[in-house]
Design a protein around this ligand. Structure first.
Ligand SMILES: Nc1ncnc2c1ncn2[C@@H]1O[C@H](COP(=O)(O)OP(=O)(O)OP(=O)(O)O)[C@@H](O)[C@H]1O
Length: 702
């Protein structure tokens, strides 16, 4: 505020050479305490105090104003463009105001200026309070000392305090961690700063209050954006969902369309637009009846009842459509239409393709079940001896249960025969019987063989992956032959399968539940292996829920008669020979023999005998190998070389059968190289095809 804004312009004035009596007469009507006194040049020279007017006029005869005025000094002279408050520093009450050229333009009284300032302050305060009341934001102000001097209602509500409680209080005791003290100190303006106050998220502006003397306080305005932030988060989620929905619409193969409750199109998929031959701009906002012939979308919008898989002819194509109303809080908000197949012919094609695939699948399943079928039943097991009868009885009982079975016995005693028979007598007989020879599969392949693998599980893995034997045997039986040859790491995995009843393919993280009965067999001394830590005791306990000990043939020689009969019958038919029996002396010799190869050996001997018989119908001692018949007949005598070859050939065959035709194992056991074994197979005209031996008839008759 400048002096000129508050001065009294053209004040009532007197002149120094004026007679006091005249001046008093002239000023009587002005109720003022003092008047400026000017000289003849209109320059201020003094102050004429009105109290002289009460004094008797007689005393002032011929006295001029100049004689009794208070003489003006420099302190009481001010300029019209000076700040009004500058007079407060001067020890005067009355001031003469001069303009830029030093001309007298008015007077100023200190109390008048003070009153003006006071009125102005009152006005400003009222205005500030008014503004604070009517703004949406919460506002409070602090003074230089950091005390709250003003606070509006909104601030009180957000901060949860009444202004009466906090006016005069230090701001940091009301709002801990506030940056308002920094605002006071640094004078920096801050906009849109986040601030957390009692779990509320505030957006804060801070502003210093300054005058020409510096910072005299600070003001803070803020909003509670907690809800806004939550809404913003929701909006982000909604935006994401909208983008997902739009992507679905873009990539969906089937036609998709959405209408609002009035039937106007709001969304349509690319596939449907292509099918209808229309563009986005042509259809969005159009009524569905104008775009799709025979449509019932608008009807569904009216009825609110879904229509699923109905036939509709669009653009001469038969289509299958579904129309689904969408509700929110019980009110229909839109209808989604889906053209399931663009043309019913496609559906027919698809059905016929699926039909063919199902047929193929059935064929494969049939073939697979033929491959994985148990061939023998208990009626194929010949054995009159009490030992055998006992084992068969136990096996029959085990067949009715789901228990795992461990079959122990020397090579060729009929362990596999028992495994087949148990499966065929069990409730699983119509399901797969899968045989795995643990000794014949290289260690590194055994896991993939048993459990299968996923496509890409390792380099060299077949496209589409591989089903493991356990999965093939699901619902049926798996026969783990030569379990004693299973490596330790596989024993651990097998144990896990038995315990968890689930398998995990190599390269897969999804275990699959399976229901398989395990029958395991070995000709090895499993208990000794456990002692030598070559077989897991825990696995042994899991496998031998039922144990079948098949006695060796030498311990049940009374079975030899019946077995011989069975084998004669079998090979008579196979070789179309008239052989009726084996004579008693031969049987007696057979009973005396040690039978290291057990029944398989006996079977081979009968087969051989039938093959070398010439003329007669009864097998005699001469038809048996020398080590059984115990003597040479003249006709049996052969050149030494031939006999040695014969023996070598037999040894190779026995060995191959014992190791299930695994050539590497056989060559190791025989102590010759693989190449040497191949040469000998060639020499004796032996061929291994599908894990069985094909022999040249002539050579066989040697
Ligand atoms: N009790 C039996 N009655 C009839 N044939 C039998 C009997 N036992 C075994 N055989 C026959 O003997 C041959 C060998 O039997 P099998 O393969 O079951 O023996 P294995 O004990 O499993 O032999 P390996 O331990 O060498 O695998 C088969 O041809 C089988 O038909």
């Amino acid at each position: 505020m400048l002096i000129r804004d508050v001065m009294i312009k053209n004040p009532v004035k007197v002149y120094e050479n004026e007679l006091v009596t005249e001046a008093v007469e002239r000023l009587r009507n002005f109720n003022l305490l003092s008047f400026p006194v000017l000289n003849s040049n209109e320059e201020p020279v003094g102050i004429f105090m009105s109290n002289v007017m009460n004094i008797n006029g007689e005393n002032f005869k011929n006295i001029t104003v100049g004689d009794i005025m208070r003489v003006a000094d420099d302190v009481s002279i001010v300029k019209e463009f000076e700040e009004a408050y500058s007079i407060f520093a001067k020890p005067r009450e009355f001031f003469f105001v001069l303009d830029d050229q030093g001309r007298f333009v008015g007077i100023l009284r200190k109390r008048h200026v003070m009153k003006t300032y006071y009125e102005k302050y009152n006005y400003c305060e009222a205005r500030a309070v008014g503004i604070m009341k009517c703004v949406d934001s919460a506002v409070f102000a602090i003074n230089k000392l950091g005390q709250i001097v003003m606070m509006n209602e909104n601030a009180g509500i957000i901060l949860g305090i009444g202004d009466d409680d906090v006016i005069g209080m230090k701001i940091e005791s009301v709002i801990p961690n506030t940056r308002m003290l920094e605002t006071l100190e640094l004078g920096e303006v801050e906009y849109k700063r986040s601030f957390e106050y009692k779990e509320k998220k505030l957006l804060v502006n801070r502003h210093p209050i300054e005058n020409e003397h510096g910072i005299i306080g600070a003001i803070c305005s803020f909003r509670d954006v907690t809800e806004y932030n939550e809404i913003q988060d929701e909006l982000v989620v909604e935006k994401h969902e909208k983008e997902v929905l739009e992507t679905i619409f873009e990539i969906a193969y089937d036609g998709l369309i959405v209408i609002d409750p009035e039937g106007y199109i709001t969304m349509i998929s690319n596939a449907y637009k292509k099918f209808l031959g229309v563009e986005d701009r042509d259809v969005i906002g159009m009524h569905v009846t104008e775009i799709i012939e025979n449509t019932r979308m608008h009807k569904v919008a009216e009825t609110g009842v879904a229509e699923i898989a109905e036939l509709q002819k669009i653009n001469n194509n038969h289509t299958i459509v579904s129309r689904i109303p969408v509700f929110k809080d019980g009110v229909l908000t839109s209808v989604v239409g889906k053209v399931v197949f663009r043309n019913i012919d496609e559906l027919d094609d698809l059905y016929s393709k699926i039909g063919k695939m199902e047929e193929q699948l059935e064929n494969y399943k049939r073939e697979l079940s033929q491959i994985n079928k148990a061939k023998y039943t208990f009626s194929d097991i010949i054995g009159r001896s009490s030992e055998m009868k006992q084992v068969v009885n136990i096996a029959k009982k085990a067949a009715y249960t789901n228990s795992n079975v461990l079959i122990l016995g020397e090579s060729g005693t009929g362990k596999e025969l028992f495994a087949h028979s148990i499966h065929n007598s069990s409730a699983r007989r119509s399901k797969a019987f899968v045989k795995v020879n643990c000794a014949a599969i290289p260690d590194e392949l055994l896991e993939s063989e048993l459990f299968g693998y996923e496509q890409g599980a390792f380099t060299g893995a077949k496209k589409g992956g591989k089903i493991g034997k356990f999965e093939v045997a699901d619902q049926g039986t798996i026969f783990l032959d030569e379990i004693g040859d299973m490596p330790m790491h596989m024993q651990a995995k097998l144990l896990r399968v038995i315990q968890e009843r689930e398998i995990e393919k190599i390269g897969s993280n999804n275990p699959k539940r399976i229901d398989v009965r395990i029958i395991a067999a070995t000709n090895r001394n499993i208990e000794q292996m456990i002692e030598e830590k070559k077989f897991r005791l825990d696995l042994y306990y899991r496998l031998n829920v039922v144990t079948l000990n098949i006695p060796p043939l030498r311990e049940r020689t009374e079975d030899i008669d019946a077995l011989c009969k069975t084998f004669i019958e079998k090979f008579r038919i196979r070789y179309l020979k008239r052989v009726d029996a084996i004579n008693d002396s031969s049987i007696a010799k057979l009973k005396k023999y040690g039978w290291p190869g057990n029944i398989r050996e006996l079977e081979n001997i009968i087969e051989r005998a039938i093959n070398i018989m010439d003329g007669g119908t009864v097998i005699k001692a001469k038809h048996l190998p020398v080590d059984i018949s115990g003597r040479y007949d003249v006709e049996d005598v052969k050149p030494l070389k031939e006999s040695m070859d014969d023996y070598e050939r037999k040894t190779i065959i026995k060995c191959l059968e014992a190791v299930n035709f695994n050539k590497s194992r056989a060559s190791k056991l025989l102590g010759i190289s693989r190449t040497a074994l191949y040469e000998k197979l060639d020499k004796y005209d032996l061929k291994i095809v599908n894990k069985s031996l094909q022999e040249n008839e002539e050579t066989r008759a040697m």
